[in-house]
Design a binder for this molecule. Sequence first.
Ligand SMILES: Nc1nc2c(ncn2[C@@H]2O[C@H](COP(=O)(O)OP(=O)(O)O)[C@@H](O)[C@H]2O)c(=O)[nH]1
Ligand SMILES: [Mg+2]
Length: 348
Amino acid sequence: MIVLIIVLILVALVVGDALLIRRLRRRRRELATRTRSLVPEVLVTKVASRPDLNDIETLERRLSSSRSIFERVRALSGVGALSREQLDVVEEVLLRSDIGVTTTNEILAGLVVNGAPSGIASALRAALLSSLSADRSIRTLASPGRVPVWLFVGVNGVGKTTTIGKLAQRHVNEGRRVMLAAGDTFRAAAGEQLQQWATRTGSDIVRAAEGADPGSVVHDAIGRALARGSDIVLADTAGRRANSTNLLDELSKIRRVADREPGEVIETFMVLDATTGQNALSQAREFQAAANVTGIVLTKLDGTARGGIVVAIERELSIPVKYVGVGETVDDLLVFDPRNFVDSLLDA
Ligand SMILES: Nc1nc2c(ncn2[C@@H]2O[C@H](COP(=O)(O)OP(=O)(O)O)[C@@H](O)[C@H]2O)c(=O)[nH]1
Ligand SMILES: [Mg+2]
């Protein structure tokens, strides 16, 4: 009898506990839904689906075309001195990846002198990393009382507006209030495209009619940013042909206006399309003088096998690559990290 009572009490306790736990779980679920619904649904899904591009396997997938060119180097085995055939393979791969003749020759000379004490891929990895040793720090703060401005320049279609949209999202995620300046007044569609990014990212925007003076648009955006307490202005510009001196004059003018109090241009990004290869380099040279470029955004790295262009651009222009674009959606931009980049090409 006593045993039966004890068993009954135990059963009652277990059932009671189970009910309590279920109730607590339900309450926790309700609370979670309520908290989540305070954040707009689009942001929730975005955060949940954001790919981590610093995860090496994700990056390898995005850069799979460039990675496939390096396949032949990854397959080379042996340590110590390289044979003539092995040096030829390395040379061919580097040239095909658009790393450029100068850097390729330097890397080959280094391999001849030092050999590959820990394997060929590893020696190449070290050589590429030492070619990518620029300071790529990114400024977000201006002098006290000034409004920080990031200016974006580059020819049509390279990805300026898309990059601004991606960066707006990044700043918003980091807690900044963003003001966009639709300085591409050449086509009405350019302003509309930027407006869409403003809406999507929750940024403010100043835009004007087609044909308006881009300098005044940027100037107004800075004034508005100061009044609203925005943390940063991202200024788009038109990108008609680089060899039009007209365009370069216009860019210098926009820059002067943007850098006048209360604005301060703390970064000028030249946006280049990786799929145009060596062509990107000649565009860049033309812009460089007029625009006082502080960093490069290399877009569409996902769409080319010639990812080595990163090295060529950085070395031949002496301007650091600060961001790379690896796709068309809002999350497909990453701070350029040479280590991850080189690993994604050479890791077995
Ligand atoms: N695959 C890929 N496409 C991109 C990337 N960045 C921009 N694009 C595309 O390039 C095209 C031109 O971009 P847009 O921002 O309008 O160029 P803009 O004329 O310089 O402003 C658009 O179709 C973009 O979606 C990228 O990193 N990868
Ligand atoms: Mg544009």
